[in-house]
Design a protein around this ligand. Structure first.
Ligand code: SF4
Ligand code: SF4
Length: 311
């Protein structure tokens, strides 16, 4: 039996947010893929999408932050995605979008690379491994080739050179990721020598035991073992840099969360629950974070966040 996560935090101040840098916005669970590690359980059967009215609230709050991080689902499938990107860029904050890139090879989305390059948006793309078999096993047949062709197109537009292009690695099962710096070297070398691809950074992310990945752990009888692995790897140095201490997360339904992992669990923040109820950033920080045992994934080993390893 593992200890409740919160009991592992001895310093009370680490249970609270600090200055908020990033506003992360989940614009919906609709996705063209159905990856095995997905913590949102996103897929083509999901219909939840953020409305234009909620996006207007996001733009209203944005000047209080340095970065807007747009995620989903496949965020591009929200019909108002381009509006959000455009309006966010006008505010002058740094805008980043998460993408599976496969979507940009599909009809209706093929001009997105040029649109994002013109706006100067940072692209963060999931690529679970640099080999076709491993990638396709986790994300679906044909995904590796589609991502490779799109990375080549993005390189031609200046991504991975003058424009930031990051890749994301997730373990293909119930184990912790390897070292981010050594894996980045491997990715850079293999993707460049085999496909001529360049990218900026590799983010190594620990699979969170919720959503579709959580279902897999339960189904395969691995849940307890994985949780023990996470708690045995507890790294106190990762506590001060947990991403929830520096960000606010907005759900498609305008509810506010400490992070994108707390969304599928319905753990709204201690504070105003809806973005439209926020009039002053002082309502949002300092606030006590809502922890549960899935939080072990953020502080195991080298630590993990949406921006990769934290220590
Ligand atoms: S991990 Fe990303 S690309 Fe894969 S199903 Fe989930 S939201 Fe879609
Ligand atoms: S899961 Fe969310 S709330 Fe928990 S430690 Fe990670 S970022 Fe913080």
């Amino acid at each position: 039996m593992i200890k409740p996560f919160e009991s592992m935090i001895n310093d009370e101040s680490l249970k609270f947010t600090q200055t908020l840098n990033t506003l992360q916005v989940n614009v919906g669970s609709l996705c063209n893929l159905a990856c095995k590690h997905c913590h949102i359980s996103a897929g083509s059967n999901r219909r939840e999408l953020m409305s234009l009215e909620t996006m207007k609230q996001v733009i209203r709050l944005l000047p209080n932050f340095k970065t807007l991080d747009i995620t989903g689902g496949a965020p591009e499938m929200n019909p108002k995605y381009r509006w959000l990107v455009d309006e966010a860029c006008k505010t002058g904050v740094h805008v980043m979008t998460r993408s599976n890139l496969v979507i940009m090879t599909e009809a209706g989305y093929q001009d997105l690379p040029e649109f994002l390059a013109e706006c100067g948006v940072e692209i963060v793309c999931s690529l679970p491994y640099y080999s076709e078999n491993d990638c396709d096993r986790q994300r679906g047949k044909g995904t590796f080739k589609a991502v490779i062709s799109m990375l080549q197109k993005l390189n031609a537009l200046g991504y991975g050179k003058s424009l930031p292009l990051d890749l994301v690695y997730n373990p293909g099962g119930a184990f912790l990721p390897p070292s981010q710096s050594s894996l980045q070297k491997e990715y850079k070398s293999r993707l460049h020598s085999e496909y001529g691809i360049e990218f900026t950074n590799l983010f190594v992310i620990t699979n969170n035991p919720i959503g579709r990945f959580g279902e897999f752990l339960h189904r395969s009888g691995n849940y307890e073992r994985y949780m023990k692995r996470l708690s045995d790897s507890f790294n106190p140095e990762a506590l001060p840099v947990m991403m929830c201490r520096f960000q606010l997360s907005v759900g498609y339904d305008e509810k506010l969360y400490d992070c994108d992992f707390n969304q599928p669990l319905g753990l709204v923040i201690n504070g105003p629950e809806n973005i439209c109820d926020v009039n002053d950033i002082a309502q949002l920080t300092p606030r006590k974070i809502k922890f549960a045992n899935h939080c072990y994934a953020c502080v195991a080993g080298s630590g993990s966040s949406c921006g990769g390893a934290t220590t």
